[in-house]
Write a new protein. Structure first.
Length: 303
């Protein structure tokens, strides 16, 4: 007798194709087709390996939605197999069912079934730089860059199911005004504060004006403040620099500095980083600052 062990268990029922990323099976099969479990389907186009994103029973069928490694399911779907390792009561210690990235909005966190602990990372929203006012003869306008959002890391072994969360928004661009602060990102008692807006000044050069402060953070195992933005400089009435925005955990600095002539501040492109500051030469119009980038929540789930 020859015994062969395979990592895939053929499902005895017949799957029904729904879409490129979903199928149904008869009855309540949510204990087999668990969120985070691996599946392999046989399609006209060949074998497709996927991870279950959701499994929902609505009589008389269970609808299984998947994220495919590559390719898509098709109407020729005829067989499905599931991984021998389940999410619940897994034989793998520390098995990672899923990793979630939340980039906007607010809500309530519901963990994947079988999750025993989580690691949470938060980054607050970056602030916008200061937007300069219009200038007259022999004057220059300068606006500092926006501060970066704070960072929090925390490991939670209990009390995480049903926790409310909110992702901080980035500060909107400012025109002729101090930069707008970034919003705080929260997960229960954890808080990664938003960066502070860049200051502005109408000056007789040479002069400088400060950038926004970095956001504070609290509640976590590791709490790191966001980076403040550098000052902006007016060297003369025709030469100056708006500073870059402050960095966050994901980037060293935010929106780029303006050049040595009139220019709007550059927006930030990385989670939680501040927007760029501004410089306006003499006898010129007000300038728009760079926007800050929104925050983020990352959650890693472990069984």
């Amino acid at each position: 007798t020859t015994v062969a062990i395979d990592q895939w268990i053929p499902y005895q029922g017949t799957p029904t194709y729904v879409s490129a990323t979903s199928f149904t099976v008869a009855g309540d099969q949510t204990q087999i087709f668990q969120q985070g479990r691996r599946v392999r389907t046989l399609n006209t186009g060949g074998l497709i390996t996927s991870t279950i994103v959701s499994s929902t029973y609505g009589a008389p069928n269970t609808t299984v939605t998947v994220a495919n490694d590559s390719g898509v399911l098709d109407a020729g779907l005829s067989q499905v197999s599931y991984g021998i390792i389940s999410v619940q009561d897994s034989s793998l210690n520390g098995f990672l069912p899923s990793e979630r990235t939340i980039t906007s909005g607010s809500g309530t966190y519901t963990p994947t079934p079988g999750t025993t602990f989580i690691e949470v990372e938060l980054v607050g929203g970056g602030a916008s730089g200061g937007g300069t006012v219009a200038t007259g003869a022999a004057q220059a306008g300068i606006g500092g860059g926006g501060g970066g959002g704070g960072y929090v890391y925390h490991r939670m072994t209990s009390g995480f199911s049903g926790v409310g969360y909110s992702v901080g928004v980035g500060g909107a661009p400012a025109l002729g005004a101090v930069g707008n602060a970034g919003g705080a990102t929260t997960f229960g008692a954890l808080s990664a504060g938003g960066g502070g807006g860049g200051a502005i000044a109408l000056v007789t050069p040479p002069s400088i004006v400060g950038g926004g402060a970095g956001g504070a953070s609290s509640g976590g195992t590791l709490n790191v403040p966001g980076a403040p933005a550098d000052p902006s400089v007016a060297i003369s009435t025709t030469v100056g620099y708006g500073s870059s925005g402050g960095g966050s955990y994901f980037v060293a600095s935010g929106g780029g500095a303006t050049s040595a002539s009139d220019g709007a501040g550059a927006p930030s492109g990385a989670y939680g980083a501040g927007g760029g500051g501004t410089y306006t030469q003499q006898s010129s119009v007000a300038r728009l600052s760079g926007a800050g980038a929104g925050g983020v929540i990352r959650i890693r789930e472990y069984a």
